[in-house]
Design a protein around this ligand. Sequence first.
Ligand code: PLP
Ligand code: COI
Length: 356
Amino acid sequence: MLNIRIEKTTAPKAKPQDESKLGFGKIFTDHMFVMNYETGKGWFDPRVVPYQSLSLDPSAMVFHYGQEMFEGLKAYRTEDGRVLMFRPNKNIERANNTNKRICIPEIPEEDFLQAMQAVVSVDKDWIPTAPGTSLYIRPFIIATDPFLGVRPSDTYLFIVILSPVGAYYASGLDPVKIWIEDEYVRAVKGGIGEAKTGGNYVASLKAQMKAHDEGYSQVLWLDGVERKYIEEVGAMNIFFKINGKVVTPMLNGSILPSVTRASCIELCKSWGYEVEERRISVDELVEAARTGALEECWGSGTAAVISPVGNLRFEDEVMEIGGGNIGPLSQRLYDTVTGIQTGKVEDTFGWTVEVK
Ligand code: PLP
Ligand code: COI
């Protein structure tokens, strides 16, 4: 159990007036959680302090070799005033898997949860309540040793910041257009694709710019070896409904083991759908689109929630799905996931954790 010191701001910021214009990740709350690490001493000095800039040595290792991890989850306010987090233990488990992969010391699960709860509790008045809004929680760890050699750092900072957010895509629940990338790759098995670390996202920027230039909002990655099998989208996992079955790429070591993906699979199975986690080639997808077997496509992620995909482009092939509308299963998943998150739908799976 952490003994968290709390220092409240003396200059609270004005909260956003119009919750329909929040967008994603542009506004930050009044406080943040911070904790230090030193080899031999462990994690120490847990504190909630006013949101502020950091002072770091220009040689801090994170700036040079990218030894950093992050997570993303959300807190919601229910109609009866409770504050709920959605499956935080899955994010904490993944955080520590990322830590192991990139040689960052692990944080005990209960301490990680307590840290997030402490700062959310101090800033709970920042949780927006308009439909489709929530408080995004961004925990991250950075390597701070002032040193230019390549090795794991001996000192780290663990920080949790909070951002009131609306939809990740400007289009909201309108179907997004996705570009299937066959030149650049994001990750390969054995690399860091299944870890949540900045390097995966910088690797994606070039293709994302290319997709934007072509009028597409995100990139769907193919596997890094054969450039043949569907992996995931820049900030979400991908699902297809083909001939009545739900199909999604299996966790293969190069895609992110996602919390929303796991939740979609559990919900679809509970509704009686057959769910296949397997390799899906882009050729199979093109064929399914041509024959009309491809009934729905959606992305899943914390920021993206359930995001219908209306158009997939692979080379010269344009696959239109759902005639510009969200499909019935995507809509049911969106309503159920957001319903459980906001306390409107009974949480029969025990996925939510209340913040006191
Ligand atoms: N894939 C990538 C690359 C992501 O950045 C995210 C976002 O976290 C996801 C998938 C979805 O993961 P989750 O549902 O755990 O948020
Ligand atoms: C999330 O959904 O939490 C993410 O981390 C996506 C992010 C890259 C915006």
